[in-house]
Design a protein around this ligand. Structure first.
Ligand code: NAG
Length: 300
């Protein structure tokens, strides 16, 4: 065999090994003393990506993105929010404003610069709150990828059906409190509704087990705060390139997610069709398409 044909695979092995060697797991202490678990993968000098999970979800659920982007030469960070996954679970701080402060602590402690923040669901709300509350730190973020979060989850009872539909405000306030007060019973069905019917039983059970790492009481407190926020005034003030991702088979109908994209200056958006498994978890159910979209956006 000629050396020239050996070389690419040898180089590939070398880079794959060195990327794996640079995997690091640790803890960030927040300003109010809570330990958040984080993982970093990929070459240390790679372009920075930070993935933020949704409500009750975990950093481990991003593994199809972590593997792909670390392998593609990015430095990929994920973390578990307070009360979630492997992070500490204090009995305080379950509100989006505190989660934005926690995000700022993660960015500072890990010295993340020129970072693209990829948020899923409530992870988008955390990013929006952070953008609103920490204007001096905005220069550290180079772009956003926002997956499937409406700007207003709870409809104002004075709105028409059309107004609620335009924003994908899928909850009434009563529905949020009903869910918060009946969390244990409703969680399995709620999680199932976030996927297409083609989710395997083992994937579903695993995702459910990630959700139950958070206590129902903490999840309920956070849900109420999260659901009642309104981000409409923040979106037009986002000044970094943004990709918004929606799904035609999501619990959030795509109209309100496309509305989010329409409000962010210059934002791009993509809506996964039902055939493309465009559920609330398109990044999990169709990771190939999701990763390709994000990579294309980052390379543009
Ligand atoms: C979107 O979903 C509706 C049903 O909810 C279906 O009729 C339509 O064909 C879907 N479109 C795409 C592009 O997936």
């Amino acid at each position: 065999m000629k050396l020239s044909s050996l070389l690419p695979s040898a180089l590939y092995l070398f880079s794959a090994t060195s990327a794996a060697l640079e995997q690091r797991t640790g803890v960030v202490r927040t300003g109010d003393g809570v330990s958040l678990s984080y993982t970093q993968s990929g070459p240390r000098r790679g372009q920075q990506l930070l993935f933020i999970p949704g409500w009750r979800q975990t950093a481990a659920e991003w593994r199809k993105q972590v593997d792909y982007f670390a392998g593609a030469g990015f430095r990929v960070t994920t973390y578990d929010m307070r009360g979630h996954g492997e992070s500490e679970k204090p009995d305080f701080g379950y509100r989006i404003s505190r989660f934005a402060a926690d995000l700022n602590d993660v960015l500072e402690e890990l010295h993340l610069k020129d970072v693209t923040i990829v948020g899923h669901s409530m992870g988008c709300s955390v990013a929006w709150a952070w953008w609103d509350q920490y204007p001096k730190a905005r220069s550290h973020v180079s772009s956003f990828v926002l997956a499937d979060q409406s700007a207003v989850m709870v409809r104002d009872p004075h709105w028409t059906e059309e107004q609620a539909a335009e924003l994908s405000s899928i909850f009434t306030a009563d529905a949020v409190y009903d869910l918060a007060n009946d969390m244990a019973a409703q969680l399995p069905g709620l999680v199932k509704s976030m996927f297409t019917s083609s989710i395997s039983e083992s994937d579903y059970q695993w995702i459910l087990s990630q959700n139950t790492k958070m206590s129902d009481a903490n999840a309920a407190a956070l849900l109420i705060d999260h659901a009642l926020r309104d981000w409409r005034d923040v979106l037009p003030r986002i000044t970094v390139p943004t990709l918004v991702v929606a799904g035609n088979a999501s619990i959030f109908p795509p109209a309100g997610i496309e509305w989010v994209a329409s409000q962010i200056p210059g934002a791009e958006h993509y809506t996964f069709s039902s055939e493309e498994k465009g559920s609330h978890f398109a990044f999990w159910e169709n990771s190939g398409k999701f990763n390709a979209l994000v990579e294309e956006f980052l390379n543009a």
